[in-house]
Design a protein around this ligand. Structure first.
Ligand code: HEM
Length: 197
């Protein structure tokens, strides 16, 4: 049986590699606390923008409501710890889900992004950033079991005919992140594609 979690992992691999590359590049460029605040604001813009449009769907489903929580509030706490009272305003709009399934795959990107958080935290610590790291460090000891539970929920969606639409939506959420991080994100993609052709 084709599982949605495996399908998304395989079909969004390129998106993941691209955003990972952007994040690593921007972490390498961090020199001051303000640079870190700037990075955190971008993560806030992404999480807040996506969560605002997906939680109305997730909250209608008892299992999703129990399992998923808004992580943007953790980013806000970190910004407060670093001395920024309110975040920069959210300007870029996120892909808008039309149903629960699309909301859930958007949450897949947010959940997955937290999986890389520990590595990001380590890179930041090497840069001398030692406060305002709770979002990246993660707050769940049982993080991998949470991830497995989330994937089980994802795999309860077995309408394989819809998978192509869900893959597109997931990639669109990745693109949203890429554009928040770097407004030339798609330009770079276009250049890359023209080299591949
Ligand atoms: C420096 C940046 C990043 C690093 C080092 C990183 C690293 C990782 C690692 C190691 C995993 C696999 C975890 C596991 O299964 O044990 C993972 C999964 C994932 N990451 Fe990242 N990540 C980064 C950034 C991001 C960002 C910015 C996003 C989204 C905007 C993202 C989305 C995902 C997703 C969706 C998965 C789940 C893949 C699956 O289905 O197994 N990651 N990441």
């Amino acid at each position: 049986m084709t599982l949605l979690s495996d399908t998304l992992k395989n079909e969004t691999l390129t998106s993941h590699q691209r955003v990972e590359k952007i994040v690593i590049k921007q972490i390498k460029e961090i020199e001051t606390k303000d640079d870190y605040i700037n990075l955190l604001n971008k993560f806030y813009e992404f999480y807040k923008g996506v969560e605002d449009v997906i939680f109305p769907y997730l909250e209608q489903n008892p299992v999703a409501k129990e399992l998923c929580s808004r992580r943007s509030s953790m980013i806000l706490n970190d910004l407060n710890v670093l001395g920024q009272e309110s975040p920069n305003s959210v300007t870029r709009s996120s892909p808008i889900p039309q149903n629960f399934e699309e909301a859930l795959v958007a949450q897949y990107v947010l959940e997955g992004s937290s999986l890389g958080g520990r590595y990001i935290a380590q890179m930041l610590q090497k840069k001398g950033i030692n406060e305002g790291l709770t979002f990246f460090l993660g707050d769940k000891e049982d993080f991998m079991s949470h991830w497995q539970t989330f994937k089980n929920m994802l795999n309860s969606i077995d309408t394989v005919d819809n998978f192509p639409i869900l893959i597109d939506f997931t990639n669109a959420v990745f693109t949203c992140f890429g554009l928040i991080m770097d407004e030339n994100y798609q330009l770079e993609d276009a250049e890359l594609n023209s080299k591949l052709i």
